[in-house]
Design a protein around this ligand. Structure first.
Ligand SMILES: Cc1ncc(C[n+]2csc(CCOP(=O)(O)OP(=O)(O)O)c2C)c(N)n1
Ligand SMILES: [Mg+2]
Length: 545
C-alpha cells in the first residue's frame, strides 16, 4: 500500500506498464495528473501539442510504428471531443491507443448543471469510440483500470481504450495498492480447426495468402513468411498489411494483384483482414474454393465473405501452429516465383504509367533508406504509394489512415512515429488540403526537436474533390480551390528548414538536404492536377480477374 494522490496512482500505474511518453494538453481538471507527471521527472517524456487532435494522432503514430501503447492525456468535454477523429482512426487501424481524460467533479457528473467542460454521458461517448472505457471514482480504482485498459489493448483485437478521471479523484490522497501488469489473454485457436486448415492448404495446388493489418499488429511477419515459403503461396498484402512481407520477396504482391490471384487460387488463407475490397468490392475465391480465415475478432468473419473455416485466434500462435502442421499434409509444388513475378510486372508497368505520381514515388523510394517510416495521407502521391507503388521492405514502416480515410491525420501521426523512432527518419506525405488540418503542430516539431521530414504537394486544391467536380459534374467546381501560403516560408517562420522543390529532381535534392539536417524540414512541392489512380488501376485489376 502507498499513500498517493489519484494523479500519482495514475502515473505510477502507467510507469509499471512501461509507458515512457505521453502526448497531451493540460487544463484545470488535469492539474493533479500533470503535477504527478512533474514528480516522475524524466521517467516520462511529456510532449505537449497545439491542438488536442494532434495528441491522439501522435499517440496513434507512436503506437503503430513501435508496437507499444501510445498514451494521450487531455481535458474532458471539448478537449476529448477534439480527439474523436483520431480515436476513430486508431479504432479503424487496430491501434493500441490509450485515451486519458478528465471529467467534471464526480458529484456533478451528468447532472446538467453546466460546469466547465461538461458534456452529457462522456463515458458513453468514449465507449462508442473504443474497445473498452472505464471511469475512476476513487484513487484506489485507478491501478485496476489502467491495468485492464492495457490488458484489453494487448489481448484479442488491439483497439483503443479510454479512462476518465474526475479532478477530485486525481487530487484525493488515499491508500492505493499498485499492481503488476495483467498478463494478456492469448487466443491460440481451436487445434481441430487448425488441423483442418493445414489439410486444406496442404493439399491445394495453388494456395493464396491474403495478409492484412492484423499480421502487423500481431508482429507475425516472420511466421507469415515461413508459412508462405512452406506452401509456395503468393501473399497479397492489403493496404493496411503493407510491410507484412518485404515487397522484394519473390512471393509478395500488392492487393492490386488480388483479383487475378483469387481467380487462379484453389485454396485461400486470409489472415488479419476484413476482406473489404477497393470501392467496397467483394474479396472472394471462385465458387467452391475453400476460404480459411484467421482473425482475432471472430465477428469480422460474417461482415464480409464468410469463411469455409473460420479460426478465432491471434495471428502469431495460429500461424505457428500451421507451420508445425502443414509439413505433415503438404504436397510438393513447383517454384511459383515466375508466376508471381509476372503479376508484379504488369502491376509495376501499369502503376508506372500514372504520372507524375510514379516519378515522385520513385524519387522518394530511391532517396530514402529502407528503414524510413512513411506516413501517407489522402493525397494523390499518397494513394500511389499505398497501392503498392512504393516498395516497402520492413514491417511497420508504412502507415495510412485505414478505412477512416481521415484527411489531416498524416502530419501529426508522422510526428508521433518520429517520437517513437528517434534512431530513424520518418517522412510525412501530404496534400496542401490535408496538411493545413494540423499545420499548428509545426510548432510542436520545433519545440520538441522532432526531426520529421514533411512533404506538401501543393496543387492549390482539395484536388481529389476538384477533379471529381470537373470530370463528373461538368466543371461545376465548388469549395475545392485553395489559396495557400508559401509552405517553405511558413516552415521557416516556425523554425524548421523550409525548402521548395519544383519537380521530382528538385525533390530528390531537397530530400538529401532534409536527411543532412538534424532538425525538422518542410518541403513544398508545387504540382498541377494529377490523374486519378482508382479508375486507372481498378480497370486494370478487373481486366485480369
Ligand atoms: C476528415 C476528412 N474530411 C474530408 C475528407 C474528404 N476528402 C478526401 S480527399 C480530400 C481533398 C484532399 O486534398 P489535398 O490534401 O490537398 O490532397 P490532393 O487530393 O489535392 O492531393 C477531401 C476534402 C476526408 N477524407 N476526411
Ligand atoms: Mg491538394
Amino acid at each position: 500500500m502507498a499513500w498517493l494522490t489519484g494523479g500519482q496512482a495514475l502515473v505510477q500505474s502507467l510507469l509499471r506498464e512501461g509507458v515512457d511518453t505521453i502526448f497531451g494538453i493540460p487544463g484545470v481538471q488535469l492539474d493533479w495528473a500533470y503535477n504527478a507527471l512533474y514528480d516522475a521527472g524524466d521517467k516520462i517524456r511529456v510532449i505537449h501539442c497545439r491542438h488536442e487532435q494532434a495528441t491522439a494522432y501522435m499517440a496513434d503514430g507512436y503506437a503503430r510504428s513501435t508496437g507499444k501503447v501510445g498514451v494521450y492525456l487531455v481535458v474532458p468535454g471539448p478537449g476529448v471531443l477534439n480527439t474523436t477523429a483520431a480515436l476513430s482512426t486508431a479504432y479503424a487501424c487496430n491501434s493500441q491507443v490509450l485515451c486519458l481524460t478528465g471529467q467534471i467533479q464526480s458529484d456533478a457528473i451528468d447532472v446538467g448543471r453546466g460546469l466547465l467542460h461538461e458534456i452529457p454521458d462522456q463515458i458513453g461517448l468514449l465507449g462508442h469510440l473504443t474497445k473498452w472505457a472505464g471511469s475512476a471514482l476513487a484513487p484506489a480504482e485507478i491501478p485496476g483500470l489502467v491495468h485492464e485498459a492495457f490488458r484489453q489493448m494487448r489481448s484479442g483485437r488491439p483497439r483503443p481504450t479510454a479512462i476518465e478521471i474526475p479532478p477530485d479523484v486525481l487530487m484525493a490522497q488515499r491508500e492505493v495498492e499498485l499492481r503488476d501488469p495483467l498478463p494478456p489473454t492469448v487466443e491460440t485457436g481451436d487445434p481441430a480447426l487448425l488441423k483442418q486448415a493445414a489439410e486444406i492448404l496442404g493439399k491445394a495446388e495453388k494456395p493464396l495468402i491474403i495478409a492484412g493489418g492484423g499480421v502487423l499488429s500481431a508482429a507475425a511477419w516472420e511466421e507469415l513468411r515461413t508459412l508462405a515459403e512452406l506452401l509456395e503461396a503468393p501473399i497479397a498484402m492489403t493496404a493496411n498489411g503493407i510491410g507484412a512481407l518485404p515487397s522484394s520477396h519473390r512471393l509478395a504482391v500488392s492487393f492490386v494483384g488480388l483479383p487475378q490471384l483469387l481467380a487462379e487460387a484453389d485454396a485461400v488463407l486470409a489472415v488479419g483482414t476484413r476482406l473489404v475490397g477497393l470501392r467496397n468490392r467483394k474479396v472472394e475465391p471462385r465458387p467452391g474454393v475453400p476460404l480459411v480465415r484467421i482473425d482475432a475478432d471472430g465477428a469480422q468473419f460474417y461482415r464480409t465473405t464468410p469463411p469455409t473455416l473460420g479460426i478465432v485466434a491471434d495471428a502469431k500462435p495460429a500461424l505457428n501452429s500451421l507451420i508445425d502442421l502443414v509439413p505433415g499434409q503438404n504436397r510438393s509444388r513447383p517454384d511459383r516465383s515466375a508466376e508471381v513475378a509476372a503479376v508484379k510486372a504488369w502491376i509495376a508497368e501499369d502503376m508506372g504509367t500514372l504520372e507524375p505520381q510514379a516519378t515522385y514515388g520513385r524519387a522518394l523510394r530511391e532517396e530514402l533508406p529502407d528503414e524510413t517510416i512513411f506516413v501517407t495521407e489522402s493525397t494523390q502521391v499518397g494513394y500511389w504509394l499505398s497501392f503498392g507503388g512504393l516498395p516497402v521492405e520492413q514491417p511497420r514502416t508504412f502507415i495510412g489512415s485505414g478505412y477512416q480515410g481521415t484527411l489531416g491525420n498524416g502530419f501529426p501521426t508522422a510526428l508521433g512515429a518520429q517520437v517513437g523512432n528517434p534512431d530513424r527518419r520518418v517522412v510525412s506525405i501530404n496534400g496542401d488540403g490535408g496538411f493545413m488540418f494540423n499545420v499548428q503542430e509545426l510548432a510542436t516539431a520545433v519545440q520538441h526537436e522532432i526531426p520529421l521530414i514533411t512533404i506538401v504537394f501543393d496543387d492549390g486544391a482539395y484536388g481529389n474533390v476538384r477533379r471529381m467536380q470537373e470530370q463528373l459534374y461538368g466543371n461545376r467546381t465548388i469549395a475545392s480551390e485553395l489559396k495557400n501560403p508559401s509552405f517553405a516560408a511558413l516552415g521557416e517562420v516556425f523554425g524548421l528548414q523550409g525548402l521548395r522543390a519544383v519537380g521530382p529532381d528538385e525533390l530528390r535534392q531537397a530530400l538529401r538536404a532534409a536527411l543532412a539536417h538534424k532538425g525538422p524540414s518542410l518541403i513544398e512541392v508545387p504540382v498541377g492536377a494529377m490523374p486519378m489512380i482508382f479508375t486507372h488501376m481498378l480497370a486494370r485489376m478487373d481486366a485480369r480477374r
